[in-house]
Design a protein around this ligand. Structure first.
Ligand SMILES: Nc1ncnc2c1ncn2[C@@H]1O[C@H](COP(=O)(O)OP(=O)(O)O)[C@@H](O)[C@H]1O
Ligand SMILES: O=P(O)(O)OC[C@H](O)CO
Length: 499
């Protein structure tokens, strides 16, 4: 009986694979970290081969620990770090360069030139994105310009580009398929999100030949079958989505107005706007949430670069704590009379500010400020930044972005932050019973595609929260806290602009 789904979650710092049974329970998993390469300041690369080998090894381990064979797996689902660009040679199946990771800033100048030349409007209108090195297009252009012989090989049809989902599918199918799912395509800055097709004007703008691009498929689709020798039998790949969109699905945020926020190293908040494509006037992104049954659903997205990373800074940089979880107890002990704020703009500020030059700052310290106030400030900074995103969403889509936030990610385990989040947002916060929402989202796509799991409605009915946090802070206290945060952000932005 095909009672299991294998879900692969290829993330920025590690690759995880999980086998789910029909009751959505995790019954076997594997996880591996891989090397991060920083060849120059602001550059971030991954060996494409590492992404592939950790995928294969963790998937094999997950099946082994679950004690299952390939003929028991109904389908594979894949979810992945988005935007990261891989270009490979079809003749050898080898990448022509390390993958350029979403965090990489090497194409800042190219992006600044495109903005100065007045292309921002076209890009926003077609893709819903801001011109920024974050997205794949300028990374691909960089590879074609800077890897010797790449441009000629691309023109001759020998090269292939893919985000990480495409690369893994290519490897899993033994080079037979060159495809991408619609959500990953929507992050390349080359895809028209109205039609979900590659956009000829954008290909021209970025000087990228159409021949290197994969075919765009829906989230549940025929992505090919694995080479039989990889898992001891061929398995169909039936579900694929970028990791933040997979979390939207895993959180069953299928109804317009529902919002999820994932708190890992960074934080990504997505608000489902349904079939309405809401354009942001507040520097949020419009992106494809999913395409199911031929219908595209959109989301407004806000990205915060530093969330759990602020806790890592307390632990590894300042050595104020031994473990991330200690922050909860420490923050609870902080002096309520001291209003200390951390603006964690260590790598600039993301949405809705998008200021790459901003740098981190602490405000309001006294001689009595110690680790407890630092911990509270670090945890609260995540809540305040989420409030800035929600504020922008409310302005972009008045009356719709409302009442409830579903949360997941490593940091959501911290009860203190989740309560503070509810207090600062003034909305209820629901923590999912599943601790692997992203992998579950990709699994559901594959399992529903294979016919072993119900449709969206049935899956949403099976979604459970583990705990709800409801706002308990007085309005006046919230307003005073927010006023302090707003002025801390303004001072930080102003400081970044100094010569
Ligand atoms: N109990 C906790 N309290 C605060 N932060 C936490 C806690 N547990 C984990 N974190 C933070 O969450 C992050 C890890 O979450 P995870 O979802 O695994 O992230 P990623 O997928 O980005 O690697 C780390 O930055 C860590 O500092
Ligand atoms: O791999 P993660 O979880 O850090 O997510 C990365 C995002 O997809 C980048 O857009």
């Amino acid at each position: 009986m095909k009672d299991f789904v294998l879900s692969i979650d290829q993330g920025t710092t590690s690759t995880r694979s999980i086998v789910f049974n029909r009751a959505y329970q995790n019954c076997g998993s594997g996880q591996m970290e891989f090397a991060q390469h920083f060849p120059q300041s602001g550059w971030v690369e991954h060996e494409a081969e590492d992404l592939w080998t950790t995928t294969l090894e963790t998937a094999q381990k997950a099946m082994k620990t679950a004690g299952i064979t390939a003929d028991q797996v109904a389908a594979i689902g894949i979810t992945n770090q988005r935007e990261t660009a891989v270009v490979w040679d079809r003749r050898t199946g080898q990448a022509i360069h390390r993958a350029i990771v979403w965090q990489d800033r090497r194409t800042s100048e190219h992006c600044a030139r495109l903005r100065a030349d007045g292309h921002a409007e076209l890009v926003a209108e077609r893709t819903g994105l801001l011109i920024d090195p974050y997205f794949s297009a300028t990374k691909i252009a960089w590879l074609l310009e800077n890897v010797s012989g790449a441009r000629e090989a691309a023109e001759a049809g020998h090269l292939a580009f893919g985000t990480v989902d495409s690369w893994l599918i290519y490897k899993l199918t033994g080079g037979k398929r060159h495809v991408i799912d619609v959500t990953n395509a929507s992050r390349t800055m080359l895809c028209n999100i109205g039609t979900a097709e590659w956009d000829a004007d954008l290909l021209k703008l970025f000087n990228i030949p159409r021949s290197i691009l994969p075919d765009i498929l829906s989230n549940i689709d025929d992505f090919g079958t694995t080479e039989p020798d990889l898992f001891g039998g061929a398995i169909a790949i039936k579900g694929v989505a970028g990791d933040q969109q997979a979390a939207v699905i895993g959180q069953a945020c299928f109804t317009p107005g529902m919002m999820k926020s994932t708190y890992g190293t960074g934080c990504f908040a997505l608000l489902n706007t349904g079939t309405d494509r809401v354009a942001s006037n507040n520097r949020l992104l419009t992106t494809i949430a999913y395409r199911l049954n031929g219908e595209i659903h959109y989301a407004l997205e806000g990205s915060i670069f530093i969330a759990g990373a602020a806790v890592q800074w307390l632990r590894d940089g300042l050595k104020m704590i031994g473990k991330a979880s200690e922050t909860a107890e420490l923050a609870a002990k902080a002096d309520p009379g001291q209003r200390v704020y951390l603006v964690p703009a260590f790598t600039g500020l993301g949405a809705p500010w998008w200021d790459a030059e901003a740098r981190g700052a602490m405000f309001g310290m006294t001689r009595n400020t110690g680790p407890a106030e630092f911990a509270r400030a670090a945890l609260e900074s995540v809540c305040f930044q989420t409030r800035d995103l929600l504020g922008a969403m409310r302005k972009d889509w008045p009356g719709q972005a409302d009442t409830l936030l579903r949360v997941d990610g490593g940091m959501s385990a911290n009860d203190w932050i989740m309560q503070r989040l509810a207090d600062i947002l003034g909305v209820a916060v629901d923590r999912s019973a599943s601790t692997e929402v992203t992998a579950l989202g990709a699994a559901w796509l594959a399992g529903h595609g294979a016919g072993i799991w119900p449709d969206q409605k049935g899956f949403a009915a099976d979604w459970h929260r583990e705990r709800q946090f409801t706002p308990s802070m007085e309005g006046a206290e919230r307003a005073a806290l927010l006023k302090g945060w707003d002025s801390a952000v303004q001072c930080t932005l102003a400081f970044g602009k100094k010569p």
